[in-house]
Design a protein around this ligand. Structure first.
Ligand code: ADP
Length: 483
């Protein structure tokens, strides 16, 4: 890996401000999905080391919370600036361990850093209330206080941004954390910790526990009553496990889980906008985001033209190693991800879908998959129920608004939905009727530090980013003062 600053490449965990190897120097390999090569051997910590990280976080949190919000904000701002100054190296690390095109990795660094900048500002706007008392000789007020130490578990598809979206509001509020990054992408997390240390974030405030045994680390965090909150991004299945495991110690929970995003194109949509938006939503990160369009509903009158144009744009995509210039789609993260995509395509074809382009593994081999368009999709197919997490655009035909909304809502998930229409009243009616946490209208990209990100139903609990994100890390204390 060619870095301007090779010291950003850390391979030990970061616990209590110290780079920490596992007992017996146990390690696991990090693989570049574009080449299959081993990039690094990273410390493989387990349950006992997770408890040691919690031991460190508890006193560190108290000292951090005792500092002024302005002081915390200044340290965070320094962290933000260091990330931006090292953005190119961070992007190279990210693409090497995860596979997304370098242009997308650069975008993720800026997007990920924006949460630190934003929440550094929000730290200074944490406000309690003074309320009109209903009793003449009493006064009512509230304090907002940090929840304490939180546990965080993050996925591989946004190795930087899913960390900053949790850690930034948490430390802004005065919390400390023990974070386990995905085993596929620990290097980005460790590089962030290196920069946090350089920025002056004190030892023990951010602890990064790398390890292969997610279930053991997760259970240790959930069982420990000193961890007052869990925040997780990943599969609905693991989210349920964490919630169940946290019942014993009744933790606050934030869960950002799976999606099954509908993207609805109405006859009156601007076709150029709809195609550009669908391409951006569907193929970002090779379809491996929880807000990627998973079911594309197209109205009768525009269906054939939309299918033809989407096929043209899809067939023109450049697939390859994300480090190469002009590549728009990298490899799939691993064999398991690839198998699921193949299974969904095979199931759709067996049930009558037609392949307009792509449809199988890419000639590049490894875990590369062809950008694919399928038509004639129906609700009986697996892709209708389950997130494909790959570069497959499946088109469903519909006639009326009610039919589109009913199909879109016919899922246990409720994260992001997209609509394309030039009719304003339809835009409002459909946006209101969609049972989703986020609706993106006439654009395929909506995520920002300023808008609240999160889902309903089996897509999770809580909101990240925005003015609401910090509340997830604060408790409201009511104080009643007798005069
Ligand atoms: P993905 O499909 O994105 O890998 P997962 O939900 O399996 O989704 O993984 C997201 C994160 O959860 C990763 O950091 C992974 O190591 C972790 N993880 C997986 N299983 C468990 C578990 N039982 N308890 C806690 N964390 C887990």
């Amino acid at each position: 890996m060619n870095l301007n600053d090779p010291t950003l490449l850390r391979t030990d965990s970061y616990v209590n401000g110290a780079w920490t190897a596992a007992p017996g120097d146990r390690r696991f390999a990090v693989t570049n999905p574009a080449t299959g090569e081993t990039v690094a051997e990273v410390a493989d910590l387990g349950a006992a080391e997770t408890t040691a990280a919690i031991d460190a976080a508890v006193p560190a949190q108290k000292a951090w919370a005792a500092r002024t919000a302005k002081d915390r904000a200044m340290v965070m701002r320094k962290w933000y600036e260091l990330i931006m100054a090292n953005a190119e190296d961070l992007a190279v690390i990210l693409t090497t361990e995860m596979g997304k095109p370098i242009t997308e990795a650069r975008g993720e660094i800026a997007y990920g850093a924006s949460f630190i900048d934003w929440f550094a500002e929000e730290a200074r706007r944490i406000c309690g209330d003074v309320m009109e008392s209903p009793i003449p000789d009493k006064r009512f007020l509230t304090f907002k206080q940090p929840v304490g130490v939180f546990g965080a578990i993050t996925p591989w598809n946004f190795p930087i941004a899913m960390i900053t979206r949790k850690v930034a509001p948490g430390i802004a509020a005065g919390c400390a954390c023990v974070l386990k990054p995905a085993e596929q992408t620990p290097l980005s997390a460790l590089a962030l910790a290196e920069l946090a240390e350089r920025a002056g974030i004190p030892a023990g405030v951010i602890n990064i526990v790398t390890g292969m045994d997610g279930p053991a680390i997760g259970k240790t965090l959930c069982d420990d009553d000193r961890i007052r909150k869990m925040t997780f991004t990943g599969s609905t299945e693991v989210g349920r496990i964490l919630m169940r495991q946290s019942a014993g110690t009744l933790k606050k929970m934030s869960l950002e889980l799976g999606g099954n995003a509908p993207l609805i194109v109405f006859d009156d949509a601007d076709i150029d906008t709809a195609i550009a938006g669908t391409m951006a939503s569907k193929y970002r990160n090779a379809g491996q985001t929880c807000v990627c369009a998973n079911r594309i509903f197209v109205q009768d009158g525009i269906y054939d033209e939309f299918a033809r144009r989407l096929t043209e744009a899809t067939a023109a995509m450049k697939v390859g190693n994300g480090m190469e210039d002009g590549v728009e789609q990298g490899p799939i993260i691993d064999g398991q991800g690839l198998n699921k995509i193949e299974r969904h395509v095979a199931d759709a074809r067996a049930k009558g879908a037609e392949v307009l382009t792509g449809g199988g593994r890419h000639a590049l081999g490894g875990t590369y998959f062809e950008p694919t368009v399928l038509t004639g999709m129906t609700p009986e197919m697996e892709m209708f129920r389950e997130e494909t997490f790959g570069p497959v655009a499946g088109l469903f035909r519909f006639s009326t608004d009610d039919e589109a909304v009913a199909m879109a809502n016919d899922t246990e998930f409720g994260l992001a939905a997209y609509i394309f229409t030039n009719n304003t009243s339809r835009l409002f009616r459909v946006s209101e009727a969609l049972e989703y946490g986020m609706v993106s209208a006439n654009t395929g990209i909506f995520s920002s530090e300023v808008g609240p990100f999160g889902g309903v139903k089996s897509s999770g609990l809580g909101r990240e980013g925005s003015k609401y994100g910090i509340d997830e890390f604060l408790e409201i204390k009511f104080v009643c003062v007798g005069l």
